[in-house]
Design a protein around this ligand. Structure first.
Ligand code: COA
Length: 293
Protein backbone atom coordinates (compact mmCIF):
# COMPACT_ATOMS: atom_id res chain seq x y z
CA UNK A 1 0.00 0.00 0.00
CA UNK A 2 2.91 2.41 0.65
CA UNK A 3 3.14 5.27 3.15
CA UNK A 4 0.10 7.29 4.00
CA UNK A 5 0.17 10.92 2.84
CA UNK A 6 -2.32 13.53 4.01
CA UNK A 7 -2.30 16.56 1.70
CA UNK A 8 -4.59 19.42 0.57
CA UNK A 9 -7.29 18.44 -1.95
CA UNK A 10 -7.06 20.00 -5.41
CA UNK A 11 -9.73 20.26 -8.10
CA UNK A 12 -8.08 17.24 -9.78
CA UNK A 13 -8.78 15.13 -6.67
CA UNK A 14 -12.50 15.85 -6.47
CA UNK A 15 -13.70 12.88 -8.58
CA UNK A 16 -11.57 10.39 -6.61
CA UNK A 17 -12.79 11.97 -3.36
CA UNK A 18 -16.38 11.49 -4.53
CA UNK A 19 -15.76 7.77 -5.08
CA UNK A 20 -14.29 7.41 -1.58
CA UNK A 21 -17.24 9.24 -0.06
CA UNK A 22 -19.81 7.24 -2.04
CA UNK A 23 -18.16 3.93 -1.05
CA UNK A 24 -17.88 5.04 2.58
CA UNK A 25 -21.52 6.07 2.92
CA UNK A 26 -22.87 3.11 0.92
CA UNK A 27 -21.05 0.67 3.19
CA UNK A 28 -22.18 2.64 6.27
CA UNK A 29 -25.84 2.47 5.24
CA UNK A 30 -25.48 -1.26 4.53
CA UNK A 31 -23.84 -1.84 7.93
CA UNK A 32 -26.30 0.29 9.94
CA UNK A 33 -29.47 -0.69 8.05
CA UNK A 34 -32.45 -1.27 10.34
CA UNK A 35 -35.53 -3.40 9.73
CA UNK A 36 -37.83 -1.46 7.39
CA UNK A 37 -35.10 0.82 6.03
CA UNK A 38 -34.94 1.01 2.22
CA UNK A 39 -32.06 -0.86 0.55
CA UNK A 40 -28.95 1.36 0.39
CA UNK A 41 -28.13 2.79 -3.03
CA UNK A 42 -25.03 4.33 -4.52
CA UNK A 43 -25.29 8.03 -5.37
CA UNK A 44 -27.46 8.76 -8.42
CA UNK A 45 -25.89 10.60 -11.37
CA UNK A 46 -27.76 13.78 -10.39
CA UNK A 47 -26.70 13.53 -6.74
CA UNK A 48 -23.12 12.86 -7.84
CA UNK A 49 -23.15 15.97 -10.04
CA UNK A 50 -24.36 18.13 -7.12
CA UNK A 51 -21.79 16.56 -4.78
CA UNK A 52 -19.00 17.35 -7.27
CA UNK A 53 -20.22 20.92 -7.72
CA UNK A 54 -20.41 21.53 -3.96
CA UNK A 55 -16.98 20.03 -3.37
CA UNK A 56 -15.39 22.07 -6.18
CA UNK A 57 -17.01 25.16 -4.62
CA UNK A 58 -15.40 24.29 -1.26
CA UNK A 59 -11.97 23.55 -2.78
CA UNK A 60 -12.14 27.04 -4.33
CA UNK A 61 -13.46 28.89 -1.26
CA UNK A 62 -11.58 26.87 1.39
CA UNK A 63 -8.44 25.29 -0.09
CA UNK A 64 -7.01 25.01 3.43
CA UNK A 65 -10.07 23.13 4.66
CA UNK A 66 -10.19 20.31 2.09
CA UNK A 67 -7.85 17.33 2.42
CA UNK A 68 -7.22 13.86 1.01
CA UNK A 69 -5.38 10.83 2.37
CA UNK A 70 -3.55 8.73 -0.19
CA UNK A 71 -1.21 5.79 -0.28
CA UNK A 72 0.28 3.66 -3.03
CA UNK A 73 -3.23 2.42 -3.91
CA UNK A 74 -4.54 5.97 -4.51
CA UNK A 75 -7.04 8.12 -2.58
CA UNK A 76 -8.24 6.33 0.56
CA UNK A 77 -9.79 9.18 2.56
CA UNK A 78 -11.20 12.69 2.18
CA UNK A 79 -12.46 15.59 4.29
CA UNK A 80 -13.93 18.93 3.23
CA UNK A 81 -14.56 21.82 5.57
CA UNK A 82 -15.38 25.50 5.41
CA UNK A 83 -14.84 28.62 7.46
CA UNK A 84 -17.56 31.27 7.47
CA UNK A 85 -16.86 34.28 9.70
CA UNK A 86 -16.10 32.76 13.13
CA UNK A 87 -17.66 29.35 12.40
CA UNK A 88 -15.93 26.20 11.09
CA UNK A 89 -18.07 23.44 9.54
CA UNK A 90 -17.13 19.94 8.43
CA UNK A 91 -18.95 19.24 5.14
CA UNK A 92 -17.97 15.65 4.28
CA UNK A 93 -15.58 13.13 5.77
CA UNK A 94 -15.00 9.51 4.73
CA UNK A 95 -12.42 6.74 4.51
CA UNK A 96 -12.68 3.76 2.13
CA UNK A 97 -14.56 0.95 3.94
CA UNK A 98 -11.69 -1.56 3.75
CA UNK A 99 -9.32 1.07 5.24
CA UNK A 100 -11.49 2.24 8.14
CA UNK A 101 -10.43 1.76 11.76
CA UNK A 102 -6.74 1.83 10.78
CA UNK A 103 -5.91 5.35 11.95
CA UNK A 104 -6.49 7.20 8.64
CA UNK A 105 -9.57 9.19 9.65
CA UNK A 106 -8.17 10.86 12.75
CA UNK A 107 -5.18 12.67 11.15
CA UNK A 108 -7.41 13.59 8.20
CA UNK A 109 -9.90 15.28 10.54
CA UNK A 110 -7.05 16.95 12.43
CA UNK A 111 -5.77 18.42 9.14
CA UNK A 112 -9.21 19.80 8.27
CA UNK A 113 -9.61 21.20 11.77
CA UNK A 114 -6.45 23.31 11.44
CA UNK A 115 -8.50 25.38 9.00
CA UNK A 116 -10.87 26.26 11.85
CA UNK A 117 -8.21 27.01 14.45
CA UNK A 118 -9.13 30.71 14.70
CA UNK A 119 -12.87 30.00 14.85
CA UNK A 120 -14.79 30.28 18.11
CA UNK A 121 -17.49 27.79 17.10
CA UNK A 122 -17.79 24.63 15.03
CA UNK A 123 -20.54 22.39 13.75
CA UNK A 124 -20.98 19.20 11.75
CA UNK A 125 -23.73 16.69 11.11
CA UNK A 126 -22.44 13.29 12.22
CA UNK A 127 -23.56 10.07 10.61
CA UNK A 128 -24.64 7.16 12.79
CA UNK A 129 -21.24 5.51 12.36
CA UNK A 130 -19.98 4.68 15.89
CA UNK A 131 -16.44 5.41 14.64
CA UNK A 132 -17.42 8.91 13.58
CA UNK A 133 -19.17 9.59 16.92
CA UNK A 134 -16.03 8.46 18.76
CA UNK A 135 -13.69 10.58 16.64
CA UNK A 136 -15.85 13.72 17.01
CA UNK A 137 -16.27 13.34 20.75
CA UNK A 138 -12.52 12.89 21.12
CA UNK A 139 -12.07 16.07 19.07
CA UNK A 140 -14.09 17.99 21.66
CA UNK A 141 -17.53 18.09 20.05
CA UNK A 142 -20.76 17.85 22.06
CA UNK A 143 -23.17 15.41 20.40
CA UNK A 144 -26.85 16.36 20.05
CA UNK A 145 -29.10 13.59 18.64
CA UNK A 146 -30.72 14.38 15.31
CA UNK A 147 -34.31 13.46 14.47
CA UNK A 148 -36.12 13.22 11.16
CA UNK A 149 -39.65 12.74 9.88
CA UNK A 150 -40.76 10.48 7.05
CA UNK A 151 -44.17 9.50 5.77
CA UNK A 152 -47.05 10.62 3.62
CA UNK A 153 -48.10 14.21 4.12
CA UNK A 154 -51.70 14.62 5.28
CA UNK A 155 -52.65 17.51 2.99
CA UNK A 156 -55.92 18.01 4.86
CA UNK A 157 -53.78 19.11 7.85
CA UNK A 158 -52.09 21.93 5.89
CA UNK A 159 -53.04 25.36 7.27
CA UNK A 160 -53.55 28.36 5.01
CA UNK A 161 -50.09 29.89 4.77
CA UNK A 162 -49.67 33.55 3.92
CA UNK A 163 -46.76 35.97 3.81
CA UNK A 164 -44.33 33.55 2.16
CA UNK A 165 -42.80 34.47 -1.21
CA UNK A 166 -40.15 33.18 -3.61
CA UNK A 167 -36.67 34.40 -2.66
CA UNK A 168 -33.75 35.57 -4.80
CA UNK A 169 -30.18 36.86 -4.66
CA UNK A 170 -31.60 40.11 -3.27
CA UNK A 171 -32.34 38.25 0.00
CA UNK A 172 -28.73 37.29 0.78
CA UNK A 173 -28.15 40.12 3.31
CA UNK A 174 -31.38 39.22 5.12
CA UNK A 175 -30.41 35.53 5.13
CA UNK A 176 -26.90 36.25 6.41
CA UNK A 177 -28.41 38.28 9.28
CA UNK A 178 -30.70 35.38 10.17
CA UNK A 179 -27.77 32.95 9.96
CA UNK A 180 -25.78 35.14 12.35
CA UNK A 181 -28.67 35.34 14.82
CA UNK A 182 -29.25 31.57 14.77
CA UNK A 183 -25.83 29.92 14.18
CA UNK A 184 -23.46 32.85 14.75
CA UNK A 185 -22.23 33.24 11.14
CA UNK A 186 -23.67 34.00 7.70
CA UNK A 187 -23.53 31.38 4.95
CA UNK A 188 -21.94 34.06 2.72
CA UNK A 189 -20.71 32.53 -0.56
CA UNK A 190 -22.63 29.32 0.13
CA UNK A 191 -25.86 31.21 -0.56
CA UNK A 192 -24.60 31.65 -4.16
CA UNK A 193 -24.21 27.88 -4.48
CA UNK A 194 -27.59 27.14 -2.88
CA UNK A 195 -29.37 29.78 -4.98
CA UNK A 196 -28.03 28.10 -8.15
CA UNK A 197 -29.34 24.67 -7.17
CA UNK A 198 -32.31 25.14 -4.88
CA UNK A 199 -35.60 26.92 -4.54
CA UNK A 200 -35.77 29.67 -1.93
CA UNK A 201 -38.84 30.63 0.12
CA UNK A 202 -38.75 33.82 2.21
CA UNK A 203 -41.05 35.32 4.81
CA UNK A 204 -40.30 38.89 5.83
CA UNK A 205 -42.95 40.71 7.85
CA UNK A 206 -43.03 43.32 10.62
CA UNK A 207 -43.23 40.53 13.23
CA UNK A 208 -40.49 38.23 11.98
CA UNK A 209 -38.42 36.96 9.07
CA UNK A 210 -37.01 33.69 7.83
CA UNK A 211 -36.05 31.62 4.83
CA UNK A 212 -36.06 28.02 3.64
CA UNK A 213 -34.20 26.31 0.81
CA UNK A 214 -35.90 23.37 -0.90
CA UNK A 215 -33.66 20.90 -2.68
CA UNK A 216 -34.28 19.38 -6.13
CA UNK A 217 -36.60 16.78 -4.56
CA UNK A 218 -38.60 19.50 -2.81
CA UNK A 219 -37.16 18.59 0.62
CA UNK A 220 -36.18 21.23 3.16
CA UNK A 221 -32.42 21.67 2.86
CA UNK A 222 -31.99 24.57 5.29
CA UNK A 223 -34.33 26.79 7.28
CA UNK A 224 -33.62 29.78 9.56
CA UNK A 225 -35.99 32.26 11.14
CA UNK A 226 -36.07 35.03 13.73
CA UNK A 227 -38.86 33.36 15.71
CA UNK A 228 -40.74 30.08 15.97
CA UNK A 229 -43.90 31.47 14.45
CA UNK A 230 -42.13 32.44 11.23
CA UNK A 231 -40.19 29.16 11.18
CA UNK A 232 -43.47 27.25 11.55
CA UNK A 233 -45.06 29.22 8.73
CA UNK A 234 -42.08 28.51 6.44
CA UNK A 235 -42.03 24.82 7.27
CA UNK A 236 -45.73 24.48 6.45
CA UNK A 237 -45.16 26.37 3.19
CA UNK A 238 -42.24 24.08 2.34
CA UNK A 239 -44.29 20.94 3.07
CA UNK A 240 -47.18 22.27 0.96
CA UNK A 241 -44.81 22.90 -1.96
CA UNK A 242 -42.98 19.58 -1.58
CA UNK A 243 -43.89 16.00 -2.53
CA UNK A 244 -46.48 13.84 -0.75
CA UNK A 245 -43.74 11.47 0.46
CA UNK A 246 -41.85 13.60 2.97
CA UNK A 247 -38.31 13.31 4.29
CA UNK A 248 -37.61 16.12 6.77
CA UNK A 249 -34.14 15.74 8.23
CA UNK A 250 -31.80 17.38 10.72
CA UNK A 251 -34.12 18.30 13.57
CA UNK A 252 -32.68 18.81 17.04
CA UNK A 253 -34.40 18.86 20.42
CA UNK A 254 -33.99 22.65 20.45
CA UNK A 255 -36.50 22.81 17.59
CA UNK A 256 -39.67 21.39 19.12
CA UNK A 257 -41.68 23.75 16.89
CA UNK A 258 -40.64 21.53 13.96
CA UNK A 259 -41.87 18.43 15.81
CA UNK A 260 -45.22 20.20 16.34
CA UNK A 261 -45.47 20.69 12.55
CA UNK A 262 -44.34 17.17 11.63
CA UNK A 263 -46.78 15.47 14.01
CA UNK A 264 -49.62 17.77 12.90
CA UNK A 265 -48.83 16.70 9.31
CA UNK A 266 -49.15 13.06 10.52
CA UNK A 267 -45.53 12.17 9.74
CA UNK A 268 -43.44 9.58 11.62
CA UNK A 269 -40.51 10.62 13.80
CA UNK A 270 -37.16 8.77 13.80
CA UNK A 271 -33.67 9.39 15.10
CA UNK A 272 -30.28 9.10 13.36
CA UNK A 273 -26.88 10.67 13.84
CA UNK A 274 -25.89 13.78 15.76
CA UNK A 275 -25.46 17.48 15.36
CA UNK A 276 -21.94 17.86 16.73
CA UNK A 277 -21.10 21.30 18.15
CA UNK A 278 -18.22 23.17 19.72
CA UNK A 279 -18.56 26.60 21.33
CA UNK A 280 -22.28 26.86 20.61
CA UNK A 281 -25.71 25.49 21.44
CA UNK A 282 -28.01 23.87 18.86
CA UNK A 283 -29.28 26.69 16.63
CA UNK A 284 -33.00 27.53 16.80
CA UNK A 285 -35.33 28.15 15.14
CA UNK A 286 -33.21 26.37 12.60
CA UNK A 287 -33.08 23.25 10.43
CA UNK A 288 -29.44 22.76 9.49
CA UNK A 289 -28.02 21.73 6.14
CA UNK A 290 -26.16 18.41 6.22
CA UNK A 291 -22.99 19.71 4.56
CA UNK A 292 -23.09 23.51 4.65
CA UNK A 293 -24.74 23.42 8.10
C1 COA B 1 -15.75 8.14 10.33
C2 COA B 1 -14.52 7.74 9.51
C3 COA B 1 -14.19 8.84 8.50
C4 COA B 1 -13.35 7.59 10.50
O1 COA B 1 -12.20 7.18 9.77
P1 COA B 1 -11.33 5.94 10.28
O2 COA B 1 -10.14 5.84 9.40
O3 COA B 1 -12.21 4.76 10.40
O4 COA B 1 -10.91 6.51 11.73
P2 COA B 1 -9.67 6.07 12.65
O5 COA B 1 -9.24 4.68 12.32
O6 COA B 1 -8.63 7.15 12.56
O7 COA B 1 -10.33 6.18 14.10
C5 COA B 1 -11.53 5.47 14.38
C6 COA B 1 -11.73 5.36 15.88
O8 COA B 1 -12.91 4.55 16.07
C7 COA B 1 -12.52 3.33 16.74
N1 COA B 1 -13.29 2.25 16.18
C8 COA B 1 -12.93 1.34 15.25
N2 COA B 1 -13.95 0.51 15.01
C9 COA B 1 -14.97 0.89 15.81
C10 COA B 1 -16.29 0.42 16.02
N3 COA B 1 -16.76 -0.62 15.37
N4 COA B 1 -17.05 1.09 16.91
C11 COA B 1 -16.61 2.15 17.60
N5 COA B 1 -15.35 2.64 17.43
C12 COA B 1 -14.55 2.01 16.55
C13 COA B 1 -11.05 3.21 16.49
O9 COA B 1 -10.46 2.38 17.45
C14 COA B 1 -10.61 4.66 16.57
O10 COA B 1 -10.62 5.16 17.91
P3 COA B 1 -9.28 5.10 18.85
O11 COA B 1 -8.17 5.65 18.01
O12 COA B 1 -9.62 5.99 20.02
O13 COA B 1 -9.08 3.67 19.23
C15 COA B 1 -14.72 6.41 8.76
O14 COA B 1 -14.96 5.37 9.68
C16 COA B 1 -15.85 6.43 7.72
O15 COA B 1 -15.60 6.79 6.56
N6 COA B 1 -17.09 6.05 8.09
C17 COA B 1 -18.21 6.00 7.12
C18 COA B 1 -18.62 7.38 6.63
C19 COA B 1 -18.91 8.30 7.79
O16 COA B 1 -19.65 7.97 8.71
N7 COA B 1 -18.30 9.48 7.76
C20 COA B 1 -18.50 10.50 8.78
C21 COA B 1 -19.56 11.40 8.29
S1 COA B 1 -20.12 12.49 9.53
Amino acid sequence: MGDLLIRPMTLDDVEDAERVSDEGFFELETRMRRVGDPAPEHRSAAHRRRWLERTRHLVRTDPGGCWVAEDGAGTVGMATSLRRETLWCLATYAVLPQRQGQGIGKPLLAAAMTHGQACTRAMLSASMDPRAARVYHQAGFALHPQMHFTGTLDRSALPVVEKVREGSGGDVDLMDSLDRATRGAGHGVDHELMLREQRLLVSDTSTGSGYAYLDERGRVALLAASNRRTATRLLWAALAEGPDEVVLRHLTGANQWALDVGFAARLQLHQAGYLALRGMNPPAPYVHSGALL
